[in-house]
Design a protein around this ligand. Structure first.
Ligand code: V47
Ligand code: SF4
Length: 379
């Protein structure tokens, strides 16, 4: 094929609204929130993907970061059980199906994976009215003793704020004590959508945007890197999505503490919101999933990594996403609970070999990472 033909094949935007945005992307200029809304509104999906792919390749080449990890959800008892109306996982203490693991049980959960050395435990759960910092600190210490070299990503900003409330202390005190026990990084959950109006509808009593951002600011100040998320595909508008992303970008400008951004696709089964919206059985579409990842890559110009959570996006859409600006794939997971309660039909875990295959089959290079995205092995 001649070079001229190859050049012809490079995706050009067919939607004229994307022309000024493409120019900004090519020139390395920061996008506005209005640009982001246009990217969500357009039907020119391939142009959005091509722009995001270009930005990603400049940052990460053909590397895709993978991790042998395991999720541990120590309790589903949550004081917000009746007000986070999108959540299918939480229970009241006496409700059927409520559980709280002992520290020993949670530590024993970490023994399940045998086919590859586990590198990261991801620990999140409900806001238990009685559990204290010592419970989580003992769990972190126990897992680290049993799995030398493992790293711990634990507790969302919402859980940290709840521990501070239960113990009548500051975010910094809670985080410092967990760091001393061995906490390495924090996951990005609980952000949902920052808009006050949306929060009033879907998560009335959850900590507000400024509080969520403050927990992460304090963590970054203590040297704890964190992730961030956005729960999309329910009642939020495109403008709400862009306001949310702008707040994340602003904090990243200030602290440079975020490692990766993960858009989370709303799952409508077995929760009050899905029932209210008449949405059961209708998860987000593949196009919206890909756009959320690509817009994240294009708008969050100060982030190195954009992660697809294959549990929610499916392994197939996640594989395609590797050509839509994504360089980070959620790991082996092992026993996922939160989204499977909400209707996810994906497996509860993938083997490390399956993850490597997904990446290689997409023409990309799998790179096993540690919690700080340092390269451990590449294929
Ligand atoms: O904050 C709850 C979401 C989050 C539903 O940091 C739901 O690497 C969809 O944040 N449909 C917790 N989403 C999980 C999370 C996460 C996941 C994977 C990786 C990382 C990371 C973080 O799950 C909650 C909420 O936004 N969630 N219910 C539901 N029905
Ligand atoms: Fe509790 Fe989190 Fe579910 Fe809200 S989303 S009810 S805080 S477990």
């Amino acid at each position: 094929m001649s070079f001229a033909v190859a050049e012809e094949l490079v995706v050009q935007p067919t939607d004229p609204r994307l022309h000024p945005i493409a120019e900004k992307v090519l020139g390395g200029e920061r996008l506005t929130k209005e640009d982001g809304v246009a990217l969500f509104e357009t039907h020119d999906l391939l142009a959005v993907g091509a722009m995001a792919d270009r930005v990603n390749r400049k940052k990460n080449g053909d590397r895709v970061f993978i991790v042998a990890n395991q999720h541990i959800n120590p309790t589903n008892v949550c004081i917000l059980r009746n007000t986070c109306v999108f959540c299918s996982y939480a229970r009241t203490p006496k409700e059927e199906g409520a559980y709280t693991m002992s520290v020993a049980e949670a530590v024993a959960e970490g023994d399940v994976i045998k086919d590859t050395p586990i590198r990261e435990f991801h620990i999140v759960g409900g806001l238990h009215p009685k559990l204290k910092v010592a419970y989580y600190a003992d769990m972190i210490r126990g897992l680290k003793e049993r799995h030398p070299g493992v790293e711990i990503k634990a507790l969302t900003a919402v859980e940290i704020a709840n521990l501070a409330r239960v113990e009548k202390t500051s975010y910094a005190d809670v985080l410092q004590r967990l760091k001393e026990a061995g906490l390495d990084t924090m996951p990005g959950g609980g952000a949902e959508v920052f808009s006050g109006e949306v929060r009033a509808t879907i998560a009335e009593r959850k900590l507000v945007a400024d509080e969520w951002l403050e927990v992460h600011r304090v963590a970054h100040g203590l040297g704890i890197r964190t992730n961030c998320t956005m729960l999309y595909g329910h009642v939020e508008t495109y403008a709400d999505r862009m306001d949310h992303l702008a707040m994340l970008r602003e904090l990243q400008d200030e602290t440079e503490g975020f490692l990766t951004y993960i858009p989370l696709a709303y799952h409508p089964d077995n929760n009050e919101l899905g029932e209210r919206l008449g949405r059961q059985g209708t998860a987000t579409t593949g196009v919206d999933d890909l756009k959320n990842l690509a817009v994240g890559r294009l708008f969050l110009d100060n982030f190195d990594h954009i992660k697809t959570h294959w549990i929610m996006n499916t392994p197939k859409v996640s594989q395609i996403a590797l050509h839509f600006g994504v360089d980070d794939l959620e790991g082996t997971v092992v026993r996922e609970k939160i989204y499977h309660e909400a209707g996810a039909h994906t497996p509860q875990g993938l083997t490390f070999q399956e993850i490597i295959r997904i990446v290689k089959d997409a023409g990309k290079r799998p790179v096993e990472r540690d919690a700080h995205y340092r390269e451990l092995r590449a294929w």
